[in-house]
Design a protein around this ligand. Structure first.
Ligand code: SF4
Length: 217
């Protein structure tokens, strides 16, 4: 127990130092909007109760190329969804990012049994979200405790519309600021590698097209 506490504090400290000292832009990547849950309060459904549609799902190679050729220095990469591990090569991509030296954080509902395949790295943070109406509490806690032994992991219980976009919506001035001073804000990237300066813009874009998932493939 004491050992675990020391390990956790050490991991938290190193991660905090890395995040504070690295320079560059943060990327918020959505590789897939797909999810195996259907929470009534899902942030993806705000504001019109509709799920966003993927117009095209980029391949693993395209994602690697995108990162390698990104015109700005990347400080860290946050990966969310949907449930990001439903993207077939998500774990491989995350491990590749770690191997390439990036700081990586992953938002997951912990439903994937393969999460222990993540590279054990001080540069990885797992954000484990618990969804009361969709999750099986005991199984979730058991998986959380297993991961805790090897990774920096934070837990979030999602009960309300915690993911309101308002604070994430940038006005024009802020958008200009993002482009000129990317370290101040984050760049959002959709499943087809399209780039946005706010989560709000991203969701607006993917909700405009009512075609069904993967129509383009
Ligand atoms: S697990 Fe997350 S992404 Fe999936 S439906 Fe629930 S809130 Fe939405």
């Amino acid at each position: 127990m004491v050992k675990m506490l020391i390990k956790t504090k050490f991991r938290n400290l190193i991660y905090r130092i890395l995040i504070k000292t690295r320079r560059g832009v943060g990327l918020n990547i959505v590789m897939t909007f797909a999810c195996n849950f259907n929470c009534s309060n899902c942030g993806l459904k705000i504001p019109n109760n509709e799920y966003p549609k993927e117009k095209h799902r980029a391949s693993l190679d395209s994602w690697k190329k995108f990162i390698k050729e990104f015109p700005l220095k990347i400080k860290d990469v946050a990966i969310s969804g949907g449930e990001p591990t439903l993207y077939p090569d998500a774990i491989e991509f995350i491990n590749w990012l770690i191997d390439e030296g990036y700081i990586v954080s992953v938002y997951t509902n912990l439903s994937n049994e393969n999460l222990l395949k993540f590279r054990r790295s001080l540069r990885l943070k797992i954000n484990a979200t618990y969804h009361k109406e969709s999750g099986k509490r005991d199984a979730w806690i058991e998986r959380y405790n297993r991961l805790r032994k090897y990774y920096k992991i934070n837990s979030y219980q999602i009960e309300h519309n915690d993911f309101e976009f308002k604070s994430d919506t940038l006005n024009l001035l802020q958008k200009t600021d993002t482009i000129n001073h990317p370290q101040k804000n984050r760049i959002h990237v959709g499943p087809d590698l399209r780039i946005f300066t706010s989560c709000f813009d991203k969701m607006n874009y993917y909700k405009k097209d009512k075609r069904s998932l993967f129509d383009n493939e």
